[in-house]
Design a binder for this molecule. Sequence first.
Ligand code: NAD
Ligand code: TYD
Length: 332
Amino acid sequence: MKLLVTGGCGFIGSNFIRHLLAAHPDDSVVNLDKLTYAGNPANLADVAGDPRYRFVHGDICDASLVRDAAKDADAVINFAAESHVDRSLMEPDAFLKTDVFGVFTLLEAVRELKIPRLLHVSTDEVYGSVERGSSRESDPLRPSNPYSASKAGGDLLALAYWQTHRVPVVITRSSNNFGPYQYPEKMIPLFVTNALEDQPLPLYGDGKNVRDWLYVLDNCTAIDLVLRKGGDGEVYNVGGGHEVENVVLTRQILRLTGRPETLIRPVKDRPGHDRRYSLDSKKVQQLGWKPRHPFGAALEATVAWYRGHEAWWRPLKSGEFRAYYEKQYGRR
Ligand code: NAD
Ligand code: TYD
């Protein structure tokens, strides 16, 4: 297959491209990425020289560039997004542009070029907070922050293009991912790297919010399966099946990094902070997927990766990130 991957220099996209090139020797990838603060070519340094891989620098909102990059593609996989809830509270514009208008641009290109598949990568956050039970694909969307509202907008537009124009879209909605190459603004890499630096771990509110954690390589195999076997116009939830309160996970990170619990710093809660996410993933399991990495071992491997890749994350925690962090949590 010839694939156009968008947002491939970010966390999940870079793990996916590495997975794809290893698992499918006959596939090739064009990676279109704007290189925002979250896009890092270093995430794919090991495959940059592979003749099956080509990088194009650009924005998914640029219709002519997208058409150019997509011509000849058998499928488009969209990872490109503004992806951090806290940033969406401060600067929502880019979220609307990329997560809604960018999806529209991709849909139009896929429609015009008659590309047989557009896999749009989405999130469990579109369902909003789930106090009890687990979200199913048919549940209503009740997003509660500008990030999840923008993602819900992209999902609904994609499904509308299937209904009206039969554009062959398929959507995955995964739970919180963790693993190597995740930008250190998200909880797990932020807490691991802060602990390694003996810095406080800013825990929001009462620390009892629940997330369902999915190892990124398990998400990659789910996306790969849905790409090849998923039905047009369908949505597939991809949950890790490991729900845990933030405070419990924080203690686990401190144990793995050998740091004391006194590093936990309770801070003001995030406005509109969703209490719990939980996914019913039976539909993707029926396609033949299940997560292969037990949570404890995957978290340990992730901590070991950050320990061994200081040269990757240290530069990311200076400059733009430092200014963002200080605005968010105060001077450290
Ligand atoms: P990320 O923030 O690490 O990476 C996003 C990538 O998209 C970056 O490389 C960035 O440069 C690129 N990008 C941003 N705007 C662009 C634009 N306009 N044009 C082209 N490229 C652009 O994000 P991630 O964590 O890898 O998430 C990937 C996708 O998965 C997103 O759609 C996100 O909503 C979804 N998702 C993420 C998680 C998670 O836990 N990280 C969970 C569920 C779903
Ligand atoms: P995050 O990684 O931002 O993912 P999301 O908000 O998309 O689920 O946050 C995961 C959980 O950790 C969420 O409940 C918010 C919480 N959190 C903190 O307590 N402190 C932090 O500094 C961050 C970034 C998140």
